[in-house]
Design a protein around this ligand. Structure first.
Ligand code: ATP
Ligand code: BTN
Length: 243
């Protein structure tokens, strides 16, 4: 369990907090907040974090810089999904590479940022935002979204936090030993909302349509195109959308 838990009622971004305080922190240390004024998603997008409506956490983690990093967001997603399922949740799915969905709508997001590299050690900040109940915000989010209270109205946020952290440490330990192993690949196939479905992969240059065949041992998505070609994409480069 973490050596230190920092609680900041209001903050710009918990990811930024960990980035700014890396020197004082140990692997696994957490920052929690009620409300972020500049919560962020991937590629400069915003993560809206209204007062007391979410579980907002970021933590410091390290990985071997020589090993592939791409599967990490998938492992984090599977840990959160299983934590929610362990509290009685159903209909939780993942959208490659970094979203959790409830009934097909976005419930939670994951943002992994690389702080720096010290020889073979990659220092990372892993940030998670899970919607519990968002009364004040309804109109502002520009894609379909969900809140956990739709499914688990009685769930206590502290209990969810403990379940999430326990699952994270367990799954991260397995990922460090074995990467995206067969157990993770199978779990992914069971949880991936778009598994075996047609999807669009949006790259900087073009949009590719094909059937999502799941992930490989690096966490890359496998897309079978109409002419039978099997293409691989990494999550840093592309976005997945339904056609
Ligand atoms: P990608 O698949 O490329 O990751 P994305 O649309 O999911 O694309 P992200 O950067 O992962 O983009 O997430 C940021 C997006 O999440 C925002 O642009 C907004 O649409 C959505 N969003 C922001 N705040 C919330 C929230 N509290 N709950 C659900 N969705 C949100
Ligand atoms: C996404 O869907 O793109 C990722 C959203 C990640 C949001 C979390 S909330 C805690 C942490 N702090 C941030 O500024 N972002 C992440």
């Amino acid at each position: 369990f973490p050596h230190r838990v920092v609680i900041q009622p209001v903050i710009d971004s918990t990811n930024q907090y960990i980035l700014n305080h890396l020197a004082e922190l140990k692997k696994g240390d957490l920052c929690l907040s009620e409300h972020q004024t500049a919560g962020r998603g991937r590629r400069g997008r915003q993560w809206l974090s209204p007062f007391a409506g979410q579980l907002i956490l970021s933590f410091y983690w390290t990985l071997n810089a020589r090993k592939p990093l791409d599967g990490l967001s998938l492992v984090i997603g599977m840990a959160i999904a299983d934590a929610i399922k362990s509290a009685g949740g159903k209909e939780i799915n993942l959208k490659w590479p970094n979203d959790l969905l409830l009934n097909g709508r976005k419930l939670a997001g994951i943002l992994i940022e690389i702080a720096n590299r010290q020889q073979d050690q990659l220092n990372l900040v892993i940030g998670i935002g899970i919607n519990l109940s968002l009364p004040k915000l309804k109109a502002q989010i520009d894609q379909p979204w969900a809140e956990l209270c739709e499914m688990l109205p009685q769930l206590d946020r502290n209990e969810l936090l403990i379940r999430v952290v326990k699952h994270l440490y367990l799954y991260l330990a397995a990922f460090e030993r074995e990467g995206i192993n067969a157990v993770f690949r199978e779990k992914w196939a069971e949880t991936d909302y778009y598994f075996n479905k047609e999807v669009n992969i949006i790259t900087e240059k073009q949009t590719i349509t094909g059937i999502n065949q799941g992930i490989d041992e690096n966490g890359y998505i496998l897309i079978k195109t109409k002419n039978g070609e099997l293409l691989k994409f990494n999550g840093g480069e592309v976005s997945l959308r339904k056609p």
